[in-house]
Ligand binder design. Structure first.
Ligand SMILES: *Cc1c(COP(=O)(O)O)cnc(C)c1O
Length: 467
């Protein structure tokens, strides 16, 4: 080995991080919810030993490769091996429909239904009464039609799939008309014009961004027009000098020219949340107003599993069921069992509000939230002598591209910990087997109790206890 290489090795070896500094880092101590300090130290030693060997073998030649940050990352990665990548988190953001955190939580009956069918054989495509093959669609169709008033219904992978199937079935090779104000993008990967193009339908834009009149639709109708489409602008609002065409107006126009109305309503609201200040277009109303086909998500305000629900006129649903894409976009038994159980909750509106987590969280009263905040404050301060949790008012949002103008009144906890910055605390809570996801506001860590379950208190308490 050359003299200067040996010299460089020495430099690098001197830079190797110290074990106790590594194990005390916020990204690492967060894992204490899963394993002990001793086990973490053993893993830390293994990480640093490996770095030492790599330096001596000449595999590491850059100081950046032995930096403290690199060692923390390597150690965190090694600790992660004991956790699943897809795992539960505590949602302390207050965003009820958080797309990155899995949108709706299933209600207890849905969880039970999934549990019952997922590790056993099931009636997914079998009719036990007749003793022969049954239809996958049969399990939820009647529930959907009785809850919404539609003639027929089917379920696909998500609402994006529902839109695609409806367009491809009813309009491939032809034209559909959509208002310019409703050419929305949702969640970065769902864009109405793109889905339309993929479905083989030519998009015809009507009106302008802020104003579309029924005459704008009518002007664009020709012999190639296969549908008049309305898309709910779920995740934004245009205010001021605006005008949009209602489903009722579209229906009247559709009847004049014998063209169906397709309505992508987005959120799939089946409950009445108006008394709680949440106004989103409901599915039933959309159908009553005259939509021939209505499309919505299963895991937004409906509060069920990821799914896309298509409901409406039997003749159109029958065509969609027979389309080859229906097989491509179909859902499995876990989805169907969860959806069936969730929909059954809606047979009694009180049950739905009480048992479906999304609805329960959205309709929680201020005093209920204050009580939760008080209880969690106690848990945190009891667990950690140098933590201070203060109840303050903040604004929450519905999330998941739903009801963008609704601001939820929220008592939340603003937490401070002596000797730790808000960022350090946030990072600490985010690490480990059950990450706790909060947000930072005014240099304090904010935990929003609206989306925290009572079962989560123990997890949060344990984390603060190990700070
Ligand atoms: C959310 C949404 C979609 C996409 O639904 P996914 O279930 O996420 O695929 C489509 N259209 C509208 C109007 C939406 O709000």
């Amino acid at each position: 080995m050359k003299q200067n290489e040996r010299h460089m090795n020495k430099e690098l070896l001197r830079k190797l991080p110290k074990i106790d500094e590594l194990t005390n880092n916020e990204k690492i101590t967060g894992f204490l919810d899963n394993i002990t300090r001793e086990q973490i130290s053993i893993k830390a030693r293994q990480v640093v030993d490996k770095m030492r060997k790599d330096i001596l073998a000449g595999n590491i030649t850059q100081a950046s490769e032995v930096s403290f940050a690199a060692a923390v990352d390597a150690l965190a990665e090694s600790l992660m091996e004991d956790c699943n990548s897809l795992r539960r988190v505590v949602n302390a953001t207050g965003v009820v429909l958080h797309t990155n955190l899995g949108r709706a939580n299933l209600c207890a009956s849905a969880k039970q239904a999934v549990n019952d069918v997922c590790s056993a054989y099931s009636t997914i495509e079998y009719d036990p009464a007749a003793g022969r093959r049954g239809s996958r669609h049969s399990h939820v169709e009647e529930l959907i039609t009785s809850l919404t008033g539609a003639e027929a219904a089917m379920v696909v992978n998500n609402n994006a799939a529902a839109v695609m199937l409806a367009m491809a079935t009813l309009g491939r090779g032809y034209e559909m008309i959509v208002s310019r104000g409703e050419l929305v993008e949702i969640g970065g990967s769902f864009r109405v014009p793109d889905i339309m193009a993929e479905s083989g339908v030519t998009l015809v834009e009507a009106g302008t961004t802020n104003k579309t009149k029924i005459s704008d639709y009518e002007k664009n109708i020709n012999e190639n027009t296969k549908a008049l489409m309305k898309v709910h602008t779920s995740n934004f609002a245009i205010v001021g000098f605006t005008e949009e065409v209602s489903v009722k107006e579209l229906k009247a126009l559709g009847q004049k020219y014998d063209i169906p109305v397709i309505y992508d309503v987005g959120s799939g609201l089946l409950a009445d949340l108006e008394p709680y200040g949440i106004q989103e277009p409901g599915v039933k109303k959309g159908l009553e107003d005259g939509a021939d086909v209505i499309l919505f998500s299963g895991d937004k305000m409906l509060g069920g599993p990821q799914a896309g629900i298509i409901a409406g006129k039997a003749e159109y649903i029958a065509q969609m069921k027979a389309h080859p894409l229906a097989r491509v976009l179909r859902v499995d038994k876990m989805t169907l069992s969860a959806l069936e159980a969730t929909l059954k909750e809606y047979q009694s509106p009180e049950n739905a509000l009480k048992n479906i987590p999304v609805l329960r969280e959205l309709t929680a009263s201020k005093s209920e939230l204050e009580e939760k905040a008080c209880a969690l404050k106690q848990v945190i301060e009891d667990a950690c002598g140098f933590a201070k949790a203060e109840i303050v008012m903040d604004e929450g949002i519905v999330g998941g591209g739903s009801a963008p103008l609704v601001r939820l009144e929220n008592p939340v906890l603003a937490v401070e910990c002596e000797g730790k910055s808000a960022n350090e605390l946030e990072e600490y809570l985010r690490a480990g087997k059950v990450p706790v996801i909060g947000r930072i506001r005014n240099d304090k860590l904010v935990l929003d109790v609206r989306t925290i379950f009572e079962e989560d208190y123990e997890i949060i308490g344990e984390k603060f206890g190990k700070l």
